[in-house]
Design a protein around this ligand. Structure first.
Ligand code: TYM
Length: 332
């Protein structure tokens, strides 16, 4: 089996529908076909200030949502990044073969640093993509399933793999980005030209996996549309309606064209009421299962520790190879 690897930051109290439909659903689909490795990048989370108690809680909440959303710990490897020290260790070696200018070109760094005010941005934020390269290369994956926004980071990991291989000898598998197609990109309900994101200005544009049905209904019903009445897919001129159709299609598995023909002659309100019901109905068992998992944190921690143990078996072999190739003395 080919290996795939991916991760999602524990930076909010709940994953949103973009993370779920754009990433998690796809992960769940892949775990049968691939040797799948999924993790929670908490080392990445602290590149911006975090409250410690909050970070610990969010890490568990994220893990619970992975599992509740269908990630099966018996089929794949699921772990928390900080419990596998090899990530930080390989990141150091990769830092030393990355150019300052190369790191400075990463667009996500530029965006995030600007938000922080560049004097306040940490060095960790600057080297974030190099740690991400370490996450990936440690496991020798064939593919990295991510959204379009992560393409540049996967590209950097390919560059670093090739560079290391040519300088020190064949060591790393050069990974491919498995980019989800546009249809899986979910936009903000209030601002449907921006992607749904936890850093959105207002929570009204988000649907969270752990939201109760009332909140879900309210947010969908107040989603921004347009002044026409026709329900059709047109990203350019009707981004709001198109986003609702994308969500409808992704959750129901019905092609957009079929939904459009079913709603011919109906009003936006009809679509919204039905969509609200569809989304709440779909999320209800996920929310329930996540809360159940969170009610027993010791058991959840045990599952994660088991995952970290499995991950270390792979990661430590790669790191040992890297250390020996760069000329570090063997430690026995
Ligand atoms: P993160 O946590 O920002 O996002 C996790 C995944 O969700 C996708 N995504 C979306 N897809 C569709 N619509 C949206 N509105 C939407 N918002 C987010 C992202 O593309 C991503 O696939 N740097 C990474 C985390 C990371 C990682 C890794 C990923 C750390 N190490 C190694 C892969 C491999 C990040 O911040 O993703």
């Amino acid at each position: 089996k080919h290996r795939v690897l991916s991760g999602m930051q524990p930076s909010a109290d709940s994953l949103h529908l973009g993370n779920y439909l754009g990433a998690l659903v796809n992960w769940v689909r892949m775990q049968d076909e691939y040797d799948a490795v999924f993790f929670i990048p908490d080392l990445h989370a602290i590149t911006v200030p975090q409250d410690p108690a909050e970070l610990a809680r969010r890490t568990r909440v994220t893990a619970a949502q992975y599992i509740a959303g269908g990630v099966d710990v018996d089929k794949c490897t699921l772990f928390v990044q900080s419990q596998v020290p090899e990530h930080a260790q390989l990141a150091w070696v990769l830092n030393c073969i990355t150019g300052m200018g190369e790191a400075a070109r990463m667009t996500q760094f530029k965006d995030k640093a600007q938000k922080q005010g560049s004097d306040h941005a940490s060095v960790g934020l600057f080297t974030y993509p190099i740690l991400q390269a370490a996450d990936i290369l440690l496991y020798q994956p064939h593919g990295v399933p991510v959204g379009e926004d992560q393409r540049q980071h996967v590209e950097l990991s390919r560059d670093l793999a090739n560079r290391f291989n040519s300088r020190f000898g064949e060591t790393f598998q050069v990974p491919e980005a498995f980019i989800q197609k546009e249809s899986a990109k979910i936009y903000d309900l209030q601002n449907p030209t921006a992607k749904m994101s936890k850093s959105a200005e207002s929570p009204a544009g988000l649907i969270n996996l752990l939201d109760d049905p009332k909140t879900v209904a309210k947010r969908i019903k107040s989603a921004v549309t347009d002044t026409e009445t026709e329900i059709r897919y047109d990203r350019e001129n009707k981004p709001g309606v198109s986003n609702l159709l994308t969500i409808y299609s992704a959750i129901s598995g019905t092609p957009v064209e079929k939904i459009v023909s079913d709603y011919e002659g109906k009003m936006y309100g009809h679509l919204k009421v039905d969509l609200a019901e569809l989304v709440s109905g779909h999320l209800a068992p996920i929310r329930e299962r996540a809360n159940e998992l969170l009610s027993d944190p010791a058991e959840l921690d045990r599952l994660l520790a088991h995952g970290a143990h499995k991950a270390r078996e792979i990661a430590s072999a790669t790191l040992a190879d890297v250390y020996s190739k760069v000329g570090f003395l063997p430690y026995r």
